[in-house]
Design a protein around this ligand. Structure first.
Ligand code: DX5
Ligand code: ZN
Length: 233
C-alpha cells in the first residue's frame, strides 16, 4: 500500500455526466450532487483527438449555476479536455465556469505554455495520461500541476473495462507526487466501480471518476455510498 502525505485531502468521487440522461441533464446534475457527488466530471470530446463528440462550453455554462450542494456551496466542475488543439477551448471553458481543466500532453504542441494559459485564467490545471503514454513529461512540469489524471481506459467512450496496467502507472504517479512534495490530486478515470475502487486507492489514487457505474443505476446515493464504504474499509 502507498502511504499518502499528511496534506492528503479526503477521497473525491467525481461522476462523469457523459453517462447521464441528456434529455434531463440539469436534473441529473442536481440528483447526483444530492446523492453525494463532490465534483462534476465533464468529458469534452472533439471527434479529432478522440473518435467521439460530446459537449462544449455552452453546456458547462448551463450547468454551472446548478452545480451547488444543499448548503449552496459550489461543486467544482472538473473539465477533462480530450481535444486538439487545447488552448482556445481551455479559455472557453474557463469563461464557462470550469474550476479545474485537464488536458492530454500529446494534444498540445507546447505543454508548459498550455499549463500557463489555464492557470492565467484562474483555473486549476491537470495533465491526463492515456493507457500507453509514459509519465516522463512530469519530469519537467509536475510542480506546475494541481492534478494528474491517469486514464484506465482509452479515451472516447464511457462504459469500458478498467485496464490493469493502470495500477502500475498510478503507483508511479503517486511516487512522483510524493517526491515533488506538492499537494497534487491523483485522479483515475475509466472503468471505476465499487468493486475495484479500493484497489485503485491502494495503488495511490485519491480522486475517482465514475460514469456508467453511477448513472446506470436506480439509486445514485447507494452507489456513491458503496464507493465510500469501500474506501473507508
Ligand atoms: C472516457 C472518459 C471517462 C468515462 C468514464 O473518455 O474520460 O470519464 O466517461 O466512464 P466509465 O466510468 O463508464 O468508464
Ligand atoms: Zn474523463
Amino acid at each position: 500500500m502507498i502511504t499518502r502525505s499528511a496534506t492528503h485531502t479526503p477521497y473525491v468521487i467525481a461522476p462523469s455526466i457523459l453517462s447521464a440522461d441528456f434529455t434531463r441533464l440539469g436534473q441529473e446534475v442536481t440528483d447526483v450532487i444530492q446523492a453525494g457527488a463532490q465534483w462534476i466530471h465533464f468529458d469534452v470530446m472533439d471527434n479529432h483527438y478522440v473518435p467521439n463528440l460530446s459537449f462544449g462550453p455552452m453546456i458547462c455554462e448551463a450547468i454551472k449555476p446548478i452545480a451547488k450542494n444543499a448548503a449552496l456551496e459550489p461543486i467544482p466542475i472538473d473539465v477533462h479536455l480530450m481535444v486538439q488543439p487545447v488552448d482556445t477551448l481551455a479559455s472557453s471553458f474557463a469563461k464557462a465556469g470550469a474550476n479545474l481543466i485537464s488536458f492530454h500532453p500529446d494534444a498540445s504542441a507546447h505543454v508548459h505554455r498550455t499549463i500557463q494559459v489555464i492557470k492565467s485564467l484562474g483555473c486549476q490545471v491537470g495533465l491526463a495520461f492515456n493507457p500507453a503514454e509514459p509519465l516522463s513529461v512530469l519530469d519537467w512540469v509536475i510542480e506546475e500541476l494541481d492534478l494528474i489524471l491517469i486514464m484506465s481506459v482509452n479515451p472516447g467512450f464511457g462504459g469500458q473495462s478498467f485496464i490493469p496496467s493502470a495500477f502500475k502507472k498510478i503507483k508511479e504517479a503517486r511516487h512522483r507526487i510524493q517526491a515533488c512534495g506538492k499537494n497534487i490530486r491523483l485522479e483515475v478515470d475509466g472503468g471505476i466501480k465499487p468493486d475495484n475502487v479500493r484497489a485503485v486507492a491502494d495503488a495511490g489514487a485519491d480522486t475517482f471518476v465514475a460514469g456508467s457505474a453511477i448513472f446506470g443505476q436506480a439509486n445514485y446515493s447507494d452507489v456513491i455510498q458503496a464507493f465510500h464504504t469501500q474506501l473507508s474499509a
